[in-house]
Ligand binder design. Structure first.
Ligand SMILES: Nc1ncnc2c1ncn2[C@@H]1O[C@H](COP(=O)(O)OP(=O)(O)OP(=O)(O)O)[C@@H](O)[C@H]1O
Ligand SMILES: [Mg+2]
Length: 233
C-alpha cells in the first residue's frame, strides 16, 4: 500500500442514479475510493452490481449524479465532455467489456487510431508500435483483419493492444480476460503487469478471474452499488 503518495484516483461520495419506468434507480451509492499511483486494483462483484458503471465514471466516460472523481489531479465533474476526452486521450487507456473496435478499420488501424488522433508521431512509427503490440498479444498474423472476421478473444486482444499503444498512466479494463482461454489470459495478464512495473501504470481492472484479482495489490468488492471493502489502496 502506498498511502503516502498522492492518489491517481480519488473518489468521494460518488453516486449514479438513472430514471426508469418505475422511478429512480440507484446504480452506485456513495462510493469512496482512493487509488495510489502505480498500484493495481481489482474491482469484483456479482453481475449487475455496478462494476462497469463505476469504471466508466472513474475514466470520465460517464457523468455522476453526485460526488466527485479526481483523476490525475483533475476534478472530472467540472470538466465538459471535450475536456474529459482530452484527458482520456492523453493519459488513459480503456478496454471495454464489449471491446468497441471500429468495424471499418483493420486490427492494425484500430490499434494505431489513438496515436493517429494525437498526431504527435509520424505514421510509420505509429504503425511500427501498433504492429509490435499486436505481436505481443499474439496477433501478428491478423493485422489486416476487420473486427467481424476476428474471434471474440482476438477482438479482446486488439482492444488491449489499442489501450496499451499510448503507454497510458492509468489503464482501465473491464474483464480484460473475459473472452480468453487460460493460456492467452495469462499472457495478457503478464502484459498488463509488465506495463504496471515498467511504466508505473496504474491498473484498475474489473474481473471475475480469481487469478487476476490475486495478482493485484488490492481488491475492492461491490455489492448492489455499494463498496463493501477496500476504501484506500
Ligand atoms: N443507463 C442505464 N439505465 C438503466 N439501468 C442501467 C444503466 N446502466 C446500468 N444500468 C443497470 O445498473 C446495474 C449495474 O450495471 P453494470 O453494467 O455497472 O453492472 P456490472 O457489475 O458491470 O455487471 P456485469 O458483471 O454483468 O458486467 C445493472 O442492473 C444495469 O442493468
Ligand atoms: Mg460489467
Amino acid at each position: 500500500m502506498q498511502n503516502d503518495i498522492e492518489p491517481v484516483i480519488e473518489v468521494r461520495g460518488l453516486s449514479k442514479r438513472v430514471k426508469d419506468a418505475t422511478g429512480e434507480l440507484t446504480i452506485l451509492d456513495q462510493i469512496d475510493l482512493s487509488i495510489a499511483k502505480g498500484s493495481s486494483v481489482a474491482i469484483v462483484g456479482a453481475s449487475g452490481s455496478g462494476k462497469s458503471t463505476l469504471l466508466g465514471l472513474l475514466a470520465g466516460l460517464d457523468s455522476a449524479s453526485e460526488g466527485s472523481v479526481r483523476l490525475l489531479g483533475k476534478e472530472l465533474t467540472t470538466l465538459d465532455e471535450d475536456q474529459r476526452a482530452a484527458l482520456r486521450s492523453g493519459a488513459v487507456g480503456f478496454v471495454f467489456q464489449s471491446f468497441q473496435l471500429m468495424p471499418h478499420l483493420t486490427a492494425l488501424e484500430n490499434v494505431m487510431l489513438p496515436l493517429e488522433l494525437r498526431a504527435e508521431m509520424p505514421h510509420d512509427q505509429i504503425a511500427q508500435r501498433a504492429r509490435s503490440l499486436l505481436e505481443q498479444v499474439g496477433l501478428s498474423q491478423r493485422t489486416g483483419h476487420y473486427p467481424k472476421l476476428l474471434s471474440g478473444g482476438e477482438q479482446q486482444r486488439v482492444a488491449l493492444a489499442r489501450a496499451f499503444v499510448t503507454h497510458p498512466a492509468v489503464l482501465f479494463a473491464d474483464e480484460p480476460t473475459g473472452s480468453l482461454d487460460a493460456g492467452t489470459g495469462y499472457a495478457i495478464i503478464d502484459l498488463m503487469f509488465e506495463m504496471n512495473s515498467r511504466n508505473g501504470a496504474t491498473l484498475v481492472l474489473v474481473t471475475h478471474d480469481a487469478e487476476l484479482a490475486e495478482r493485484c495489490d488490492a481488491t475492492v468488492t461491490i455489492e448492489a452499488g455499494r463498496l463493501v471493502n477496500g476504501l484506500s489502496v
